[in-house]
Design a protein around this ligand. Structure first.
Ligand code: XMP
Length: 505
């Protein structure tokens, strides 16, 4: 294991991905974790992932200084390096000489961290306030024109760098990280999807034995991969319940049934409960209310079905790593933890099986492909629990659902044909519940407006609206207005998150 200390921002998650890409298992912990706690994980190395602060600033977050006194290899990036130098008595003052953006790094010691890398490379710098001289334990490994101590080491286990090796714009970033992981920390690099599947299958077999498990299968990637993995371990002792709330995308229910029942031969109970959900949603316009109704009704249907199955001991959930990592905010000093909103009650008497809870999304995808799950499911865009119910603004009716479902299908279809589907985090249609005047074949019409939203994002916390090519938008617009009977106008949402959220409700 490699431990990555999170000082806020996106740095730690980015570093973690790179480490996992090198097939080394790693975990993220909040910056304040004590060395004692870290040692329980028996780490081969510790990485301090950098952060948005300066050690000079008030409320600067500190890590356990003992980390620098243990003999575990430490790579301290950016802010982490300032902490390390401060621990060794360097006087750090606000010099105002910050260097950020792309710079040329001149390598002074082409060995150790820079083994095999000679001369000059381009790096993404993030140097904060640094001391004017180094504590005597340290030597300079690389510098830039502006930053004298761009990379330092103590000749033993401590390394500090003022650039981001995890950034794709940093040349040889991967090599530098690998030099640290394999050359210095002697990690083995054996963490792979195949090994993961094998290990999980054995663990689940052992845990469940001859008992029974159920899974709420939504057709989304996380629940699909979890279900297939558990099925591989315990076969027919797993029953999956798929609740079709009538708010799914086009062809989705059929595809779920085809894939899991026909291809994987899993025990699948598919419930078409659209009428129940639509009845409950009748007359309801408040977005939060709609969400609550769908959530509660989902639990009700699920419980009814589960209770018909006799004694069940385990519940499979598609929780993934980003759902449970404590997000660190050193500025507010608060540590908030996320929980997977699977829509299931907390007070059920099941023991949980969460085989993906240590994985990032891209790793879940790799496992999914390895397990033979169709690419269409593996790369499908995220979809909210209340489904199209929150994409029809105001009251949800079957008629409106059909309009938005058809429009959504066209948006997705054209984006796939343009080869842009995987580059986007999400792309979908919304029915804003506005009608406007139009003209078709010389006749006045008064029909619905469809809004199209396409966004680029890494984790849905922030998102940018996608600058889709005009000719693609034109094709989408022409198809929607000609193929969707009740639509005569198409608009494109050009708002990022923040200030807008991704979904409209
Ligand atoms: P917002 O609209 O908050 O959405 O910017 C962020 C991401 O979360 C998805 N989303 C949901 N996912 N249950 C889910 O599982 C929900 O109730 C839900 N609401 C929003 C949304 O599609 C986006 O990817």
């Amino acid at each position: 294991t490699v431990i990555i200390l999170d000082f806020g921002g996106k740095y730690a998650q980015m570093v973690a991905r790179r480490v996992r890409e090198a097939q080394v298992y790693c975990e993220l912990l909040p910056y304040s974790t004590s060395l004692e706690k870290i040692l329980e994980k028996q780490p081969k190395a510790i990485i301090l992932a950098g952060g948005p602060m300066s050690v000079y600033s008030e409320n600067a977050p500190f890590c356990d200084e003992n980390i620098f006194r243990s003999d575990i290899p430490v790579l301290a990036i950016g802010y982490g390096m300032q902490l390390m130098l401060k621990t060794f008595g360097a006087k750090i003052e606000a010099s105002g000489s910050w260097e950020s953006g792309v710079s040329e790094l001149i390598i002074d010691m082409p060995k150790g961290l820079f083994q095999g890398i000679d001369g000059k490379i381009t790096v993404v710098m993030d140097s904060g306030d640094l001391p004017s001289s180094l504590p005597e334990e340290f030597e300079v490994l690389a510098h830039t024109k502006k930053t004298q101590f761009a990379a330092i080491g103590n000749g033993k286990n401590l390394y500090g760098i003022q650039f981001h090796p995890e950034e794709s714009l940093t040349q040889c970033g991967r090599e530098i990280l690998n030099n640290f992981l394999f050359g210095i920390a002697k990690c083995s690099g054996t963490w792979s999807t195949k090994a993961f599947i094998e290990e999980q299958v054995n663990l689940i077999k052992e845990k469940v034995g001859d008992k029974k498990a159920i899974c709420a299968l939504s057709g989304g990637i996380d629940s699909s991969v979890s279900a297939v993995l558990v099925h591989k371990a315990i076969g027919d002792n797993l029953t999956c319940i798929f609740v079709d709330h009538g708010l799914m995308r086009k062809n989705e229910p059929e595809q779920v049934i085809k894939t899991f029942r026909d291809k994987f031969h899993m025990n699948l109970i598919a419930i078409n409960a659209s009428k129940r959900f639509l009845d409950k949603l009748k007359g309801v316009t408040d977005p939060e209310m709609k969400r609550k109704i769908v959530g509660e009704e989902f639990i009700r249907v699920f419980e009814e079905e589960a209770s018909k199955l006799g004694k069940i001991d385990f519940l499979v959930q598609g929780t993934i790593y980003p759902d449970i990592i404590e997000s660190v905010n050193p500025i507010a000093g608060a540590v908030k933890s996320h929980h997977n909103v699977g829509g299931l009650p907390e007070n059920v008497n099941f023991e949980l099986i969460e085989p993906l809870k240590e994985l990032f999304k891209d790793e879940v995808r790799k496992i999914g492909l390895e397990l033979g799950i169709p690419e269409e499911i593996v790369y499908r865009h995220p979809f909210p629990g209340p489904g199209l119910g929150v994409r029809v603004l105001g009251e949800v009716t079957e008629e409106k659902l059909n309009i938005v479902r058809e429009a959504d299908f066209i948006v997705t279809d054209e984006i796939k044909k343009a080869g842009l589907y995987r580059e986007l985090w999400q792309a979908f249609a919304i029915l804003p519940n506005i009608q406007s005047v139009g003209v078709t074949a010389d006749k006045r019409t008064y029909k619905h407006t469809i809004a199209v939203r396409a966004i680029i994002s890494e984790d849905a916390m922030t998102a940018e609206w996608a600058k889709l090519p005009h000719d693609l938008l034109d094709r989408i617009s022409k198809r929607i207005t000609s193929e969707v009977e009740d639509a005569n106008r198409v608009v494109y949402d050009i708002t990022s998150k923040p200030p807008a959220t991704i979904e409209w409700e």
